[in-house]
Design a protein around this ligand. Structure first.
Ligand code: ZN
Length: 58
């Protein structure tokens, strides 16, 4: 089992190697979401993109 290599999506709890830091609601703040949730949330009117998180850093 691999530990601490991936992060869990704030929306669906799935873990992924690449996560997207986004904000769709200022009261909620920044969220880290997977690619599937990012595709859905990026259509929100208040969507802000804050960068990408990767499991394998150099
Ligand atoms: Zn997700």
């Amino acid at each position: 089992m691999v530990r601490n290599r991936t992060k869990a999506c704030d929306r669906c709890q799935k873990s992924a190697d690449i996560m997207y830091r986004i904000q769709v609601d200022k009261s909620v703040g920044w969220q880290l979401v997977c690619h599937d949730c990012w595709k859905i949330l990026s259509n929100r009117p208040n969507y802000i993109y804050g960068g990408t998180w990767k499991a394998h850093k150099r």
